[in-house]
Design a protein around this ligand. Structure first.
Ligand code: GDP
Ligand code: K
Ligand code: MG
Length: 270
């Protein structure tokens, strides 16, 4: 049997380390990430040594600015993880989904661990339809409380499922999608197929690291630049902000479909 490398990604304080400790028990190794004093925990799933788990630093975005963002981004893009367990704080769903969308842009297989369900229930003013959430995102969703160790066994079952669920990329505004596709056509020989969308979006955002990494020809640079500036004129906005708005539009649709805010309801776990 071959090993599967998982990593836990999510916003700071979404409960990654709490969950990591339950998943691995004492079966863990603690060190630092190379070159920085950020703690690095890795381990193996309790009762299944074939499942390796890496606790990644908490981040809000995959922009390469903070050390945490750089570590997480490189770890996922360099293929060091087979699959990602995205730990989402159910009481901060909108904000957490912003990272989920960026993880999905990388093409890595993802399961959502919807955490803090005990707190959501206690607050009692929001209901999340897990089936609809899973459907609109195209991702498996398991609701848990890491703090109370509730439903974590169901998550563990999902993690050991050899069938990887593929997903459709979150689809943004048509005019942005056209630009992403045009840039994708230009660079498709240069990047792994699974990561084509990620690279196309990053070039559209004028991400310097990706631009330098790809070593584009003058013609390719010119073609991409034309696509970006044309799209900016259409939207009357700068390219990175076009992408940010597209992600928030998508999240607004997810929230509309899967979340009901109410003052008084009795929560049911499905
Ligand atoms: P990380 O930053 O993502 O590693 O998050 P931590 O695991 O350090 O958790 C952040 C805080 O949230 C800690 O105080 C945890 O005890 C708490 N926490 C984690 N999971 C849950 C949960 O399911 N429910 C509640 N109520 N609190 C949690
Ligand atoms: K923390
Ligand atoms: Mg942590």
């Amino acid at each position: 049997m071959s090993t599967t490398a998982w990593s836990l990604a999510g916003n700071p304080n979404s409960g990654k380390t709490t969950l990591f400790n339950i998943l691995t028990g004492s079966n863990q190794h603690i060190g630092n990430w190379p070159g920085v004093t950020i703690e690095r925990k890795s381990g193996k799933l309790k009762h299944n040594n074939q499942v390796e788990i890496q606790d990644l630093p908490g981040i809000y975005s995959m922009s390469p600015y903070s050390s945490e963002e750089i570590i997480t981004r490189n770890y996922i893009l360099n293929g060091q993880t087979d699959r990602v367990l995205d730990v989402v704080d159910a009481t901060n769903l909108e904000r957490n989904l912003y990272l989920t969308l960026q993880l999905m842009e990388t093409g890595v297989p993802i399961i959502i661990g919807l955490n803090m369900m005990d707190r959501l229930k206690k607050e009692g003013n929001r209901k999340i339809n897990l089936k609809k959430l899973s459907y609109v995102l195209g991702l498996p969703v398991v609701s848990i409380s890491a703090l109370k160790n509730q439903h974590v066994d169901q998550l563990v079952d999902k993690m050991q499922d050899p069938n990887v669920q593929t997903y459709a990329y979150p689809k943004y505004d048509d005019r942005l999608e056209s630009a992403i596709n045009l840039i994708g056509d230009t660079i498709q020989a240069l990047v792994p197929k699974q990561q084509l969308r990620w690279y196309a979006i990053k070039l559209f955002e004028r991400d310097e690291d990706v631009t330098n990494e790809l070593k584009l020809s003058a013609e390719q640079t010119q073609a991409i630049d034309t696509t970006i500036t044309t799209t900016e004129k259409v939207f009357d906005d700068v390219s990175d902000s076009i992408v940010v708005n597209a992600r928030y539009d998508f999240i607004a649709r997810v929230m509309e479909m899967a979340v009901i805010d109410t003052e008084d309801f009795s929560m049911s776990w499905s």
